[in-house]
Design a protein around this ligand. Structure first.
Ligand code: C6P
Length: 415
């Protein structure tokens, strides 16, 4: 299919991403469909980080000299823009971490350690990424609390009945993903959070897969905590964010100890810094925070609404084309309106790693494996799946190339 006019000028956007304009082998252009693993970075992000290192590299919050002041202003300026981007009430609620995984571990090891007791329950879901299961398994084992899991239904969506029926006053914390990295479904977080709050539970939302694609308003969602990574939303690796409601963060003990997170240290004990720095021990990822700020500016310039509309169209087209390939079975709901930005699938008679390997031969980068969601794959009795995931710079033509590659896979394996 040749490009149809859509909400985005995709060719202009592609010009901003130098990495996309390459051949993986002579004559075979790169088709990057592994955006749920990590997105590519626009020049604006690369240049923002480059400028920091070339012109004003210095530590933040420490030096009374020009470079340090400039670095601090850029680092904290990024935080202010992120605050606005997610509609947090204050920059004090925006904590810099390394990634979504660290953000969730921070809540587990601080809020969890201070609040969970034997007999308490953490309610999670079967669709979670390991980053939103294992930290809770660790802290429940350490505190004597228990885990419960809301089930998935046969249609590839969260079984809300299972969620609501397990939500009782023993549940102290609910951990759920905003968008699944395998099923592509978006959970009704606001509704689920309201019900969790009614039994007195706090709500931790894993937003790693939603924030690159959807407008996120943490207050409207009712999230007490919202975790995400920079690298999936056009920013650099090594950078993440934990949003937390101020009252909860104020009451929590620090995560790690060291420089910057203290107000005063004496040999007999220490006092903590104000939010958000109480949770930011040591020299932070300065260039990366500045890079994430530039990514947020880029996403705002293009517009999340336009990106979402483009991805809905791409996903609908991908589902239509994948359905034509005999033996392909897409995980998650078949209604494209119920999914965002990706399609994980199996192909009868071929292991997903072989699918990815042959796709790679045709320049198509997809991911294969359990995508760090083993319980989800166990629920559907499959060891692994292949996954094509889209972003603002992907085209309909690229989906056609993926589908052609899948026909080559079938030929190779005679299935
Ligand atoms: N999923 C994927 O290919 P980190 O690694 O901390 O940046 O993100 C963890 C994470 C948390 N939640 C969800 C829903 C995720 O999808 C991810 C990362 C990647 O699906 C890498 S496994």
């Amino acid at each position: 299919m040749t490009e149809t006019p859509g909400p985005l000028d995709v060719q202009a956007i592609r010009a901003d991403f130098p990495i996309l304009h390459q051949e993986v082998r002579p004559g075979v252009p790169l088709v990057y469909l592994d955006n749920a693993a990590t997105s590519q970075k626009p020049l604006a992000v690369i240049e923002a980080m480059d400028t920091y290192y070339r012109r004003y590299n210095a530590n933040v919050h420490r030096g009374i000299h020009k470079l340090s002041e400039e670095a601090t202003e850029a680092y904290e300026g990024a935080r202010r823009r992120i605050t606005k981007f997610i509609n947090a009430a204050s920059y004090r609620e925006v904590i810099y971490t390394r990634n979504a995984t660290e953000s969730i571990n921070l809540v587990a090891q601080t809020w969890g350690r201070a609040n969970l007791r034997p007999g308490d329950v953490v309610l999670c879901t079967e669709m979670e990424h390991h980053a939103n299961i294992v930290p809770w398994q660790l802290i429940t084992a350490q505190t004597g609390a228990e885990m419960r899991y809301a089930r998935l239904n046969d249609g590839g969506e969260l079984d809300l009945e299972s969620y609501y029926s397990q939500l009782d006053e023993r549940v102290k914390l609910v951990a759920l993903s905003h968008k699944s990295n395998v099923l592509a479904t978006v959970q009704p977080v606001a509704e689920m959070a309201r019900a969790a709050h009614a039994v007195g539970a706090v709500v931790v939302v894993d937003g790693a897969q939603s924030i690159p694609h959807l407008r996120v308003d943490v207050q409207a969602l009712g999230a007490d905590f919202f975790a995400f990574s920079s690298h999936k939303m056009l920013g650099p690796t090594g950078m993440g964010v934990l949003y937390g409601k101020r009252a909860l963060l104020e009451a929590m003990p620090p995560f790690m100890g060291g420089g910057d997170m203290i107000r005063r240290v004496e040999l007999s004990g220490s006092q903590w810094n104000d939010l958000p720095w109480k949770f930011e021990a040591g020299t932070p990822s300065i260039a990366e925070a500045i890079g994430l700020g530039a990514a947020v500016d880029y996403l705002e310039r293009v517009g999340l609404e336009a990106i979402h509309a483009h991805e809905l169209a791409l996903t609908a087209y991908a589902l239509e084309r994948l359905a034509e390939v005999p033996g392909v079975n897409v995980l998650g709901p078949s209604d494209p309106a119920r999914r965002v930005g990706l399609a994980a699938f199996t192909l009868e008679g071929v292991h997903p790693h072989d699918i990815a390997e042959i796709c790679n031969h045709y320049g198509v980068a997809i991911r294969a494996g359990h995508h760090c969601a083993m319980p989800l794959h166990q629920r559907y009795n499959i060891p692994a799946s292949a996954r094509a995931s889209f972003y603002l710079y992907n085209t309909f033509d690229e989906i056609d190339i993926l589908v052609s590659a899948l026909y080559r896979v079938k030929e190779t394996f005679s299935v």
